[in-house]
Ligand binder design. Structure first.
Ligand code: FES
Ligand code: FES
Length: 212
């Protein structure tokens, strides 16, 4: 086979596998975690619930009522990931700096690492796992898939949730307005231009789906 044809096939295969990868991440938020993070998580897990005593509460998450034992000092990010198995909510800095843990609480984006779970008992929680519906991906998720806007995608669930929250109130932003709206989220791969393009595409899909 001529060398040029081989290169074309190679490039197509790479595109296909990357698109498949992004589709997988965008629905579940599952990406590879770093070793240091796993180390920190396993250490933290030893201390939380037994030291202070858990209390059984009900949370409204992604349209479901979930019963869960929660310690007084437990953060929402911890509960979602390690008690409810919703690992699409990522922990990056764990101190309100990076936005990778962003979820919606009553449609407003929050850093889940900095919200105590006991304070959101009567609130409506939405995580990346709850965005897609029976009709398919959420428009913002579809924008990300179509534009392939992320590299490693660890930050992606947080960006998507921040964008969805922002677009609910500002459905027709300029690129600069959307950039400002999601400026609480950081990307270690620094792929900001492509991320913004993907989220602008998502905004366009959201307007179309709402008939705006
Ligand atoms: S993990 Fe919550 S802001 Fe970084
Ligand atoms: S794409 Fe890698 S951290 Fe954002």
């Amino acid at each position: 086979m001529p060398e040029r044809d081989k290169q074309v096939i190679d490039v197509s295969a790479r595109r296909l596998s990357r698109r498949t990868f992004i589709k997988g991440v965008i629905t579940s938020g599952v990406t590879v975690s770093s070793a240091s993070y796993l180390f920190r998580a396993s250490l933290a897990g030893r201390g939380t619930s037994t030291a202070f005593g858990d209390r059984l509460i009900t949370l409204s998450v992604n349209g479901q009522q979930r019963r869960v034992d929660v310690a007084k000092q437990e953060t929402l990010a911890w509960t979602l990931r390690y008690k409810l198995g919703l690992t699409g909510t990522k922990l990056g800095c764990d101190r309100a700096e990076c936005g990778s843990c962003t979820v919606l609480i009553d449609d407003i984006p929050y850093y889940a690492c900095s919200v105590l779970t006991h304070t959101v008992r009567d609130r409506k929680l939405l995580t990346i796992e709850g965005l897609a519906s029976a009709k398919g991906l959420h428009p913002v998720q579809q924008g990300v898939v179509d534009e392939q806007g992320f590299q490693c995608a660890y930050c992606m669930p947080g960006f998507v949730m921040a964008a969805v929250g922002f677009l609910k109130k500002n459905p027709n932003p300029t690129r600069a307005e959307l950039a400002h709206g999601i400026s609480g989220n950081l990307c270690r791969c620094q792929d900001y231009d492509k991320i913004l393009t993907a989220l602008m595409r998502g905004a366009e899909y959201m307007r179309r789906s709402s008939g705006a």
